[in-house]
Write a protein that binds this ligand. Structure first.
Ligand code: URA
Length: 426
Protein backbone atom coordinates (compact mmCIF):
# COMPACT_ATOMS: atom_id res chain seq x y z
CA UNK A 1 0.00 0.00 0.00
CA UNK A 2 1.23 3.53 -0.79
CA UNK A 3 2.09 5.71 2.20
CA UNK A 4 1.04 8.80 0.24
CA UNK A 5 -1.05 9.69 -2.78
CA UNK A 6 0.74 11.63 -5.52
CA UNK A 7 -2.27 13.87 -6.00
CA UNK A 8 -2.12 15.00 -2.34
CA UNK A 9 1.59 15.83 -2.68
CA UNK A 10 0.79 17.87 -5.83
CA UNK A 11 -2.11 19.66 -4.08
CA UNK A 12 0.06 20.55 -1.08
CA UNK A 13 2.62 22.30 -3.28
CA UNK A 14 0.01 23.75 -5.65
CA UNK A 15 -1.62 25.50 -2.69
CA UNK A 16 1.71 26.89 -1.44
CA UNK A 17 2.24 24.40 1.37
CA UNK A 18 5.47 22.84 2.61
CA UNK A 19 6.10 19.19 1.70
CA UNK A 20 6.95 16.91 4.61
CA UNK A 21 10.16 14.87 4.65
CA UNK A 22 8.05 11.74 4.22
CA UNK A 23 6.22 13.14 1.19
CA UNK A 24 9.51 14.15 -0.47
CA UNK A 25 11.25 10.82 0.19
CA UNK A 26 8.23 8.94 -1.07
CA UNK A 27 7.54 10.94 -4.23
CA UNK A 28 11.18 10.95 -5.42
CA UNK A 29 11.56 7.22 -4.77
CA UNK A 30 8.17 6.29 -6.26
CA UNK A 31 8.83 8.39 -9.38
CA UNK A 32 12.25 6.75 -9.90
CA UNK A 33 10.61 3.31 -9.65
CA UNK A 34 7.83 4.26 -12.08
CA UNK A 35 5.07 4.27 -9.43
CA UNK A 36 4.37 7.97 -9.83
CA UNK A 37 3.45 8.79 -13.42
CA UNK A 38 5.23 11.34 -15.60
CA UNK A 39 2.11 13.53 -15.73
CA UNK A 40 1.97 13.62 -11.93
CA UNK A 41 5.65 14.51 -11.58
CA UNK A 42 5.21 17.17 -14.32
CA UNK A 43 2.41 18.77 -12.31
CA UNK A 44 4.52 18.67 -9.14
CA UNK A 45 7.55 20.15 -10.94
CA UNK A 46 5.35 22.99 -12.24
CA UNK A 47 3.94 23.59 -8.75
CA UNK A 48 7.53 23.74 -7.40
CA UNK A 49 8.50 26.17 -10.18
CA UNK A 50 5.56 28.45 -9.34
CA UNK A 51 5.54 28.11 -5.52
CA UNK A 52 9.22 27.50 -4.70
CA UNK A 53 10.60 25.40 -1.86
CA UNK A 54 11.96 26.18 1.61
CA UNK A 55 15.69 25.51 2.25
CA UNK A 56 14.69 22.44 4.30
CA UNK A 57 12.56 21.08 1.44
CA UNK A 58 15.41 21.61 -1.07
CA UNK A 59 17.87 19.84 1.26
CA UNK A 60 15.52 16.87 1.67
CA UNK A 61 14.73 16.71 -2.05
CA UNK A 62 18.48 16.67 -2.83
CA UNK A 63 19.09 13.92 -0.25
CA UNK A 64 16.28 11.85 -1.79
CA UNK A 65 17.81 12.24 -5.28
CA UNK A 66 21.23 11.16 -3.98
CA UNK A 67 19.61 8.17 -2.25
CA UNK A 68 18.00 7.10 -5.54
CA UNK A 69 21.39 5.75 -6.72
CA UNK A 70 24.93 4.95 -5.70
CA UNK A 71 27.41 7.25 -3.99
CA UNK A 72 31.02 6.85 -5.17
CA UNK A 73 33.68 6.31 -2.53
CA UNK A 74 36.85 8.20 -3.43
CA UNK A 75 38.55 7.52 -0.09
CA UNK A 76 41.10 5.30 -1.88
CA UNK A 77 42.41 8.33 -3.78
CA UNK A 78 45.36 9.65 -1.77
CA UNK A 79 45.21 13.25 -3.00
CA UNK A 80 42.47 15.68 -1.91
CA UNK A 81 39.66 15.78 -4.46
CA UNK A 82 38.18 18.94 -6.00
CA UNK A 83 35.67 19.32 -8.80
CA UNK A 84 34.18 22.24 -10.71
CA UNK A 85 30.70 22.61 -12.15
CA UNK A 86 29.59 25.30 -14.57
CA UNK A 87 25.92 26.04 -15.01
CA UNK A 88 26.62 26.17 -18.75
CA UNK A 89 27.47 28.78 -21.32
CA UNK A 90 28.76 29.57 -24.77
CA UNK A 91 32.44 28.92 -25.52
CA UNK A 92 32.79 27.54 -21.99
CA UNK A 93 35.72 25.18 -22.50
CA UNK A 94 37.22 25.91 -19.06
CA UNK A 95 36.95 22.29 -17.82
CA UNK A 96 39.47 21.23 -20.49
CA UNK A 97 42.48 23.26 -19.31
CA UNK A 98 41.31 23.47 -15.67
CA UNK A 99 41.14 19.73 -14.90
CA UNK A 100 44.77 18.90 -15.81
CA UNK A 101 45.95 22.21 -14.33
CA UNK A 102 44.49 21.52 -10.90
CA UNK A 103 45.78 17.93 -11.04
CA UNK A 104 49.25 19.26 -11.89
CA UNK A 105 49.07 21.33 -8.68
CA UNK A 106 48.45 18.31 -6.43
CA UNK A 107 44.67 17.71 -6.25
CA UNK A 108 42.71 14.90 -7.91
CA UNK A 109 39.89 16.11 -10.18
CA UNK A 110 36.89 13.79 -10.72
CA UNK A 111 35.08 15.66 -13.48
CA UNK A 112 31.82 13.99 -14.49
CA UNK A 113 30.56 16.00 -17.44
CA UNK A 114 27.63 16.19 -19.79
CA UNK A 115 26.73 16.78 -23.37
CA UNK A 116 25.43 20.01 -24.86
CA UNK A 117 21.78 20.74 -25.43
CA UNK A 118 20.38 23.75 -27.29
CA UNK A 119 22.71 26.74 -27.46
CA UNK A 120 25.14 25.56 -24.75
CA UNK A 121 28.03 23.25 -25.52
CA UNK A 122 28.94 20.06 -23.67
CA UNK A 123 32.41 19.08 -22.47
CA UNK A 124 32.07 15.47 -23.68
CA UNK A 125 31.10 16.60 -27.20
CA UNK A 126 34.21 18.79 -27.32
CA UNK A 127 36.58 16.05 -26.16
CA UNK A 128 35.05 13.54 -28.58
CA UNK A 129 36.54 15.59 -31.43
CA UNK A 130 39.93 14.15 -30.35
CA UNK A 131 40.47 10.96 -32.39
CA UNK A 132 40.06 7.84 -30.23
CA UNK A 133 38.95 9.60 -27.01
CA UNK A 134 36.35 7.68 -24.99
CA UNK A 135 33.79 9.32 -22.69
CA UNK A 136 32.39 6.19 -20.99
CA UNK A 137 34.38 4.74 -18.09
CA UNK A 138 33.25 2.21 -15.51
CA UNK A 139 33.49 3.17 -11.83
CA UNK A 140 36.64 1.08 -11.27
CA UNK A 141 38.34 2.61 -14.31
CA UNK A 142 37.29 6.10 -13.21
CA UNK A 143 38.78 5.66 -9.74
CA UNK A 144 41.97 4.01 -11.08
CA UNK A 145 42.58 6.94 -13.46
CA UNK A 146 41.91 9.41 -10.68
CA UNK A 147 44.55 7.65 -8.57
CA UNK A 148 47.14 7.31 -11.31
CA UNK A 149 46.72 10.48 -13.38
CA UNK A 150 44.87 12.72 -10.91
CA UNK A 151 42.49 13.92 -13.64
CA UNK A 152 39.45 12.33 -15.30
CA UNK A 153 36.79 13.91 -17.50
CA UNK A 154 34.11 11.38 -18.39
CA UNK A 155 30.36 10.76 -18.62
CA UNK A 156 28.43 10.24 -15.38
CA UNK A 157 27.49 6.57 -14.99
CA UNK A 158 23.87 5.42 -15.05
CA UNK A 159 24.01 4.62 -11.33
CA UNK A 160 24.48 8.22 -10.11
CA UNK A 161 21.27 10.00 -9.09
CA UNK A 162 18.91 8.12 -11.47
CA UNK A 163 16.02 10.19 -10.10
CA UNK A 164 17.68 13.27 -11.60
CA UNK A 165 18.25 11.61 -14.97
CA UNK A 166 14.52 10.85 -15.23
CA UNK A 167 13.32 14.13 -13.78
CA UNK A 168 15.66 16.28 -15.88
CA UNK A 169 14.38 14.68 -19.10
CA UNK A 170 10.81 15.39 -17.95
CA UNK A 171 11.58 19.01 -16.98
CA UNK A 172 13.20 19.56 -20.37
CA UNK A 173 9.89 18.92 -22.16
CA UNK A 174 7.49 20.48 -19.62
CA UNK A 175 8.91 24.00 -19.25
CA UNK A 176 10.13 23.32 -15.71
CA UNK A 177 13.92 23.48 -16.12
CA UNK A 178 14.11 27.04 -14.77
CA UNK A 179 13.04 26.33 -11.16
CA UNK A 180 15.91 27.24 -8.80
CA UNK A 181 15.13 24.46 -6.25
CA UNK A 182 15.09 21.88 -9.06
CA UNK A 183 18.26 23.16 -10.76
CA UNK A 184 20.15 23.32 -7.44
CA UNK A 185 19.08 19.83 -6.32
CA UNK A 186 19.75 18.39 -9.79
CA UNK A 187 23.32 19.70 -9.97
CA UNK A 188 24.22 19.08 -6.34
CA UNK A 189 22.77 15.56 -6.11
CA UNK A 190 25.11 14.46 -8.93
CA UNK A 191 28.15 16.25 -7.50
CA UNK A 192 27.60 14.95 -3.97
CA UNK A 193 26.99 11.39 -5.24
CA UNK A 194 30.23 11.60 -7.24
CA UNK A 195 32.12 11.75 -3.94
CA UNK A 196 34.23 14.89 -4.37
CA UNK A 197 35.58 16.52 -1.20
CA UNK A 198 35.50 20.08 -2.55
CA UNK A 199 33.44 21.75 -5.25
CA UNK A 200 33.71 25.09 -7.03
CA UNK A 201 30.63 26.27 -8.88
CA UNK A 202 30.86 28.61 -11.85
CA UNK A 203 27.41 30.16 -11.91
CA UNK A 204 26.91 31.99 -15.18
CA UNK A 205 24.87 35.18 -15.61
CA UNK A 206 23.82 36.80 -18.86
CA UNK A 207 22.24 36.14 -22.24
CA UNK A 208 24.16 32.89 -22.86
CA UNK A 209 23.37 31.44 -19.41
CA UNK A 210 20.38 29.64 -17.92
CA UNK A 211 20.08 32.52 -15.45
CA UNK A 212 19.70 35.78 -17.32
CA UNK A 213 19.24 37.90 -14.16
CA UNK A 214 22.00 38.38 -11.59
CA UNK A 215 19.55 38.11 -8.67
CA UNK A 216 18.47 34.61 -9.84
CA UNK A 217 22.08 33.52 -10.34
CA UNK A 218 22.93 34.70 -6.81
CA UNK A 219 20.02 32.79 -5.34
CA UNK A 220 21.02 29.64 -7.24
CA UNK A 221 24.65 30.01 -6.11
CA UNK A 222 23.67 30.52 -2.45
CA UNK A 223 21.30 27.55 -2.54
CA UNK A 224 23.96 25.24 -3.99
CA UNK A 225 26.69 26.42 -1.61
CA UNK A 226 24.37 25.65 1.34
CA UNK A 227 23.48 22.23 -0.06
CA UNK A 228 27.16 21.34 -0.51
CA UNK A 229 28.01 22.43 3.04
CA UNK A 230 25.11 20.45 4.49
CA UNK A 231 26.46 17.29 2.82
CA UNK A 232 30.09 17.80 3.92
CA UNK A 233 31.37 19.06 0.54
CA UNK A 234 33.40 22.31 0.85
CA UNK A 235 31.60 24.41 -1.76
CA UNK A 236 32.15 27.94 -3.09
CA UNK A 237 30.66 29.67 -6.12
CA UNK A 238 31.95 32.30 -8.51
CA UNK A 239 29.33 34.37 -10.29
CA UNK A 240 30.73 34.99 -13.79
CA UNK A 241 29.66 36.92 -16.84
CA UNK A 242 28.11 35.01 -19.75
CA UNK A 243 26.82 37.90 -21.84
CA UNK A 244 29.77 37.37 -24.25
CA UNK A 245 31.20 33.97 -25.27
CA UNK A 246 34.34 32.85 -23.45
CA UNK A 247 37.42 33.09 -25.64
CA UNK A 248 37.43 33.23 -29.42
CA UNK A 249 35.96 29.82 -30.26
CA UNK A 250 32.49 28.27 -29.95
CA UNK A 251 32.08 24.68 -31.09
CA UNK A 252 33.84 21.38 -30.43
CA UNK A 253 37.26 20.86 -32.09
CA UNK A 254 37.83 24.64 -32.19
CA UNK A 255 37.38 24.80 -28.40
CA UNK A 256 39.78 21.88 -27.86
CA UNK A 257 42.40 23.70 -29.95
CA UNK A 258 41.93 26.88 -27.89
CA UNK A 259 42.21 24.92 -24.62
CA UNK A 260 45.49 23.39 -25.80
CA UNK A 261 46.76 26.92 -26.50
CA UNK A 262 45.97 27.84 -22.88
CA UNK A 263 47.81 24.72 -21.66
CA UNK A 264 50.76 25.77 -23.83
CA UNK A 265 50.92 29.09 -21.96
CA UNK A 266 48.95 31.21 -24.49
CA UNK A 267 45.25 31.50 -25.32
CA UNK A 268 42.74 34.33 -24.90
CA UNK A 269 43.08 36.47 -21.75
CA UNK A 270 39.53 35.81 -20.49
CA UNK A 271 39.89 32.01 -20.74
CA UNK A 272 43.22 32.17 -18.88
CA UNK A 273 41.76 34.53 -16.23
CA UNK A 274 38.77 32.30 -15.48
CA UNK A 275 40.81 29.09 -15.59
CA UNK A 276 43.24 30.51 -13.01
CA UNK A 277 40.48 32.01 -10.81
CA UNK A 278 38.67 28.64 -10.65
CA UNK A 279 41.94 26.72 -10.16
CA UNK A 280 42.85 28.90 -7.16
CA UNK A 281 39.42 28.33 -5.61
CA UNK A 282 39.58 24.56 -6.18
CA UNK A 283 43.08 24.30 -4.73
CA UNK A 284 42.16 26.39 -1.67
CA UNK A 285 39.00 24.32 -1.10
CA UNK A 286 41.10 21.15 -1.43
CA UNK A 287 43.48 22.39 1.28
CA UNK A 288 46.30 23.34 -1.14
CA UNK A 289 46.25 27.16 -0.88
CA UNK A 290 49.98 27.54 -1.63
CA UNK A 291 49.89 25.80 -5.02
CA UNK A 292 50.81 28.05 -7.95
CA UNK A 293 48.58 27.29 -10.98
CA UNK A 294 50.06 30.15 -13.02
CA UNK A 295 53.45 28.48 -12.81
CA UNK A 296 52.01 25.05 -13.68
CA UNK A 297 50.60 26.54 -16.90
CA UNK A 298 53.89 28.28 -17.73
CA UNK A 299 56.24 25.38 -17.04
CA UNK A 300 54.31 22.76 -19.01
CA UNK A 301 53.19 20.57 -16.07
CA UNK A 302 49.50 21.15 -16.85
CA UNK A 303 50.11 20.21 -20.51
CA UNK A 304 51.87 17.00 -19.41
CA UNK A 305 48.82 15.98 -17.34
CA UNK A 306 46.49 16.85 -20.25
CA UNK A 307 48.40 14.55 -22.61
CA UNK A 308 48.45 11.71 -20.08
CA UNK A 309 44.73 12.19 -19.31
CA UNK A 310 43.75 12.14 -23.01
CA UNK A 311 45.90 9.05 -23.69
CA UNK A 312 44.47 7.23 -20.66
CA UNK A 313 41.03 7.42 -22.33
CA UNK A 314 42.25 6.23 -25.75
CA UNK A 315 42.74 9.67 -27.31
CA UNK A 316 45.73 10.79 -29.34
CA UNK A 317 46.75 14.28 -28.15
CA UNK A 318 48.95 14.72 -31.26
CA UNK A 319 46.33 13.73 -33.86
CA UNK A 320 45.07 16.54 -36.10
CA UNK A 321 41.60 17.75 -35.11
CA UNK A 322 38.74 17.62 -37.65
CA UNK A 323 38.48 20.67 -39.93
CA UNK A 324 35.30 22.04 -41.50
CA UNK A 325 34.61 21.60 -45.20
CA UNK A 326 33.14 25.09 -45.48
CA UNK A 327 34.43 28.33 -43.91
CA UNK A 328 32.77 31.72 -44.40
CA UNK A 329 34.65 34.79 -43.17
CA UNK A 330 32.41 37.73 -42.19
CA UNK A 331 34.01 41.19 -42.34
CA UNK A 332 33.23 44.57 -40.79
CA UNK A 333 31.28 46.92 -43.04
CA UNK A 334 32.55 50.06 -41.30
CA UNK A 335 35.28 51.45 -39.04
CA UNK A 336 34.64 51.49 -35.29
CA UNK A 337 34.73 49.22 -32.29
CA UNK A 338 33.14 45.85 -31.68
CA UNK A 339 30.42 46.94 -29.26
CA UNK A 340 28.73 43.59 -28.58
CA UNK A 341 29.23 39.87 -29.19
CA UNK A 342 26.06 38.38 -27.76
CA UNK A 343 26.65 34.96 -26.20
CA UNK A 344 23.18 33.61 -26.89
CA UNK A 345 23.23 34.65 -30.58
CA UNK A 346 26.68 33.14 -31.14
CA UNK A 347 25.61 29.97 -29.31
CA UNK A 348 22.61 29.65 -31.62
CA UNK A 349 24.79 30.34 -34.69
CA UNK A 350 27.22 27.54 -33.67
CA UNK A 351 24.26 25.26 -33.07
CA UNK A 352 22.82 26.00 -36.52
CA UNK A 353 26.23 25.21 -38.04
CA UNK A 354 25.98 21.73 -36.50
CA UNK A 355 28.07 22.09 -33.32
CA UNK A 356 25.11 21.45 -31.00
CA UNK A 357 22.03 19.26 -30.88
CA UNK A 358 18.28 19.89 -30.70
CA UNK A 359 17.44 16.50 -29.16
CA UNK A 360 19.69 14.56 -26.87
CA UNK A 361 20.05 11.66 -29.29
CA UNK A 362 21.22 13.89 -32.21
CA UNK A 363 24.86 13.69 -33.38
CA UNK A 364 27.08 16.79 -33.35
CA UNK A 365 29.67 17.91 -35.87
CA UNK A 366 33.19 17.99 -34.44
CA UNK A 367 34.42 20.61 -36.89
CA UNK A 368 31.48 23.05 -36.90
CA UNK A 369 31.48 26.30 -34.94
CA UNK A 370 32.18 30.01 -34.82
CA UNK A 371 35.67 31.48 -34.55
CA UNK A 372 35.77 35.11 -33.47
CA UNK A 373 38.49 37.40 -34.79
CA UNK A 374 37.50 40.31 -32.55
CA UNK A 375 36.08 40.68 -29.03
CA UNK A 376 34.00 43.51 -27.54
CA UNK A 377 36.10 46.66 -27.27
CA UNK A 378 38.47 45.75 -30.12
CA UNK A 379 38.90 48.42 -32.84
CA UNK A 380 38.05 47.39 -36.41
CA UNK A 381 38.42 48.87 -39.89
CA UNK A 382 35.93 48.25 -42.69
CA UNK A 383 36.96 44.98 -44.39
CA UNK A 384 38.66 43.47 -41.31
CA UNK A 385 37.51 39.92 -40.48
CA UNK A 386 35.03 39.84 -37.56
CA UNK A 387 34.34 36.09 -37.34
CA UNK A 388 34.27 32.81 -39.25
CA UNK A 389 31.37 30.41 -39.65
CA UNK A 390 32.59 26.81 -40.00
CA UNK A 391 30.44 23.85 -41.02
CA UNK A 392 30.45 20.52 -42.87
CA UNK A 393 27.17 21.40 -44.56
CA UNK A 394 26.97 24.65 -46.61
CA UNK A 395 23.15 24.61 -46.36
CA UNK A 396 23.54 25.49 -42.69
CA UNK A 397 25.33 28.76 -43.40
CA UNK A 398 22.38 31.15 -44.14
CA UNK A 399 20.57 30.52 -40.82
CA UNK A 400 23.83 30.81 -38.87
CA UNK A 401 24.78 33.96 -40.78
CA UNK A 402 21.55 35.69 -39.73
CA UNK A 403 22.02 34.78 -36.03
CA UNK A 404 25.67 35.84 -35.95
CA UNK A 405 24.99 39.11 -37.80
CA UNK A 406 22.45 40.10 -35.13
CA UNK A 407 24.85 39.09 -32.33
CA UNK A 408 28.02 40.94 -33.40
CA UNK A 409 27.70 44.73 -33.50
CA UNK A 410 30.16 47.40 -34.61
CA UNK A 411 29.63 50.99 -33.51
CA UNK A 412 31.50 54.26 -33.18
CA UNK A 413 31.92 53.97 -29.40
CA UNK A 414 34.10 51.64 -27.40
CA UNK A 415 31.84 49.76 -24.95
CA UNK A 416 32.42 49.89 -21.18
CA UNK A 417 34.62 47.08 -19.83
CA UNK A 418 32.68 44.67 -17.61
CA UNK A 419 34.28 42.27 -15.10
CA UNK A 420 34.39 38.56 -15.91
CA UNK A 421 34.24 37.43 -12.28
CA UNK A 422 31.29 39.32 -10.77
CA UNK A 423 31.33 37.93 -7.22
CA UNK A 424 32.35 35.08 -4.96
CA UNK A 425 29.79 33.34 -2.78
CA UNK A 426 30.90 30.92 -0.14
N1 URA B 1 22.18 21.29 -15.17
C1 URA B 1 21.77 20.23 -14.43
O1 URA B 1 22.50 19.28 -14.22
N2 URA B 1 20.52 20.27 -13.94
C2 URA B 1 19.67 21.30 -14.12
O2 URA B 1 18.58 21.27 -13.63
C3 URA B 1 20.12 22.39 -14.89
C4 URA B 1 21.40 22.36 -15.41
Amino acid sequence: MNAYAAVDVIRTKRDGGVLSDGQIDWVVDAYTRGRVADEQMSALAMAILLRGMTPAEIARWTAAMIASGERLDLSGVSRPTADKHSTGGVGDKITLPLTPLVAACGAAVPQLSGRGLGHTGGTLDKLESIPGWRAALGNAEFIAQLREVGAVICAAGEGLAPADRKLYALRDVTGTVEAIPLIASSIMSKKIAEGTGALVLDVKVGSGAFMKAESDARELARTMVELGGAHGVRTVALLTDMSTPLGLTVGNAVEVAESVEVLAGGGPADVVELTLALAREMLAAAGLPDADPERALRDGRAMDVWRTMIRAQGGDPDAPLPVAAEVEVVRADRDGFVSAVDAYGIGIAAWRLGAGRARKEDPVSAAAGVVLHRRPGDPVRAGDPLYELRTDDPERIPAARAEAAAAVLVSGQRPAVTPLVIDRIG
